[in-house]
Design a protein around this ligand. Structure first.
Ligand SMILES: Nc1ncnc2c1ncn2[C@@H]1O[C@H](COP(=O)(O)OP(=O)(O)OP(=O)(O)O)[C@@H](O)[C@H]1O
Ligand SMILES: [Mg+2]
Length: 318
């Protein structure tokens, strides 16, 4: 969904949640083929009218422009003219051409999703490593709709974090496989107290727009339960990225039947958790040529114009 449309939904969600009754609206959206029966069921399972409306909006937020248009039309035709008017300026234009606005997949949709998910930006000086980036994407495709783990592993400083963030800069991947968004957590080496703080921060991030603000979870078990429900109910089909995992016990807190991408120096970190597992080995640091490319970008010279000493410098940095 376009960022503008998404923002209109977010800006007006309180008014929408307060007033709409979901059943007729969902009937229309189902006949427009933008809502599935399973999604309708998830909405119906909520206890109050407000919770049903909130769930429907959360589901629409993970969807495309057609869903926004269908929702708008349903409001208009089911007696919610005033609410439809609030969303009118957010109706996305029908695009005629290629929806990608840039060559490398960095559409405004990608920028928004990655920014919201806390994915690190590219380093200022950046060289491409397309084979490794593609290998990570392929493993994410392999996850399909099933829960599972992708581990990107390799020695310290070989570029795991940068490669993983790069693999996520892909409109198609995000829209088709992770329409619920991505959530990046820099984990690092942690003890139990440190992990609890990471989990508390993650829960509060995922709950940020909830009407009811909850107290932070008090221990790792409670945080794990909270996270499981959040991922299941509010962020289905999203991806957790756990960057820089040192110990396998840490992963147990995230072992919640969701889809997780890990970076680690240790290939065996996922041994203790269940589910489908895929791995990508980042064999070494940047190749000599890539090192020269970085140096040339830093000093603003063509590689062919670098002096002989440049080779020694790059070798020394390895
Ligand atoms: N493709 C790249 N282009 C330019 N610089 C890069 C690239 N990949 C990595 N670097 C630089 O190399 C350094 C190490 O990269 P990164 O943090 O991704 O490694 P890592 O494997 O995640 O390390 P660690 O094991 O410590 O987590 C960083 O300073 C990063 O900016
Ligand atoms: Mg790293």
């Amino acid at each position: 969904m376009d960022v503008r449309s998404r923002n209109y939904l977010l800006m007006n969600r309180q008014a929408l949640e307060k007033d709409i009754k979901t059943s007729y609206i969902m009937d229309r959206m189902i006949s427009d083929e933008v809502l599935t029966l399973q999604e309708e069921e998830r909405v119906k399972q909520q206890n109050t009218q407000k919770e049903r409306a909130a769930m429907l909006i959360n589901i629409i937020l993970t969807k495309d422009n057609n869903s926004y248009r269908s929702f708008y039309n349903a409001l208009l035709h089911e007696g919610y003219r005033d609410l439809a008017a609030l969303l009118q300026d957010g109706i996305p234009a029908i695009s005629s051409g290629n929806r990608k606005s840039s060559m490398d997949g960095m559409t405004s949709y990608v920028k928004t999703i990655l920014c919201e998910g806390g994915v690190p930006q590219r380093p200022v000086v950046f060289v491409t490593r397309p084979k490794l980036v593609d290998a990570i994407k392929q493993k994410l495709f392999c996850l399909g709709n099933d829960p599972g783990w992708v581990t990107v592993y390799g020695m310290a400083g070989c570029g795991k974090t940068v490669l993983t963030a790069e693999a996520l800069r892909d409109h198609q991947l995000l829209e088709d496989y992770f329409p619920g968004g991505v959530h990046w957590i820099s984990v690092g080496k942690q003890d139990k107290a440190g992990l609890l703080i990471k989990l508390q921060n993650l829960c509060s991030r995922l709950e940020h727009d909830s009407a009811l603000s909850q107290r932070p979870p008090l221990n790792i078990e409670e945080a794990k339960d909270r996270l499981r429900l959040l991922m299941l109910r509010r962020y289905p089909r999203s991806l957790l990225i756990l960057d820089d995992i040192w110990d396998s016990w840490v992963l147990k807190a995230f072992d919640n039947q969701c889809q997780v991408l890990i970076t680690s120096r240790d290939r065996s970190v996922t041994d203790a958790v269940a589910g489908n597992k895929y791995e990508v080995h980042v064999e070494s640091g940047l190749a000599h040529e890539k090192g020269l490319e970085i140096l040339s970008l830093f000093v603003n010279m063509k590689i062919s114009e670098l002096p002989e000493q440049a080779n020694c410098l790059v070798r020394e940095c390895k």
